[in-house]
Design a protein. Structure first.
Length: 117
């Protein structure tokens, strides 16, 4: 049986962006991460050995976000690589990364990229 761990609305400060001032001033980003894995062992045995620890996944996200990238696509890919390297049991997933205050003269809630695998 497969299940999904969801990390929804994780807000982190980071220094991603194409422009030099974005790397200096930084921005607030929001992550939504869905990770699909075989969940049957966790469901039957009620212990952490058979699950994907979402607290650890949040720490992986913090570590990845701490290294600046020019493009959101690159950040999302690095995060996917870090998560799937940490937990080989991940079979599929998605990551949505939102820059909440992009350097655009427009009234919007943010700009985002989403990857799925």
């Amino acid at each position: 049986m497969k299940g999904t761990v969801e990390i929804n609305g994780l807000r982190l400060f980071a220094r991603h962006g194409v422009y030099d001032y974005e790397r200096v001033e930084g921005n607030t980003f929001e992550l939504t991460i869905h990770l699909v894995y075989p969940m049957e062992r966790a469901m039957k045995h009620d212990d952490l050995d058979g699950t994907l620890n979402y607290a650890e996944a949040v720490e992986v996200a913090r570590e990845v976000m701490a290294t600046p990238s020019a493009l959101l696509e690159h950040v999302a890919w690095r995060l996917k690589e870090a998560l799937t390297s940490r937990w080989q049991l991940i079979e599929a997933g998605s990551i949505r990364l939102v820059k909440l205050n992009p350097p655009i003269a427009a009234d919007l809630d943010g700009v985002a990229v989403r990857i799925e695998w």
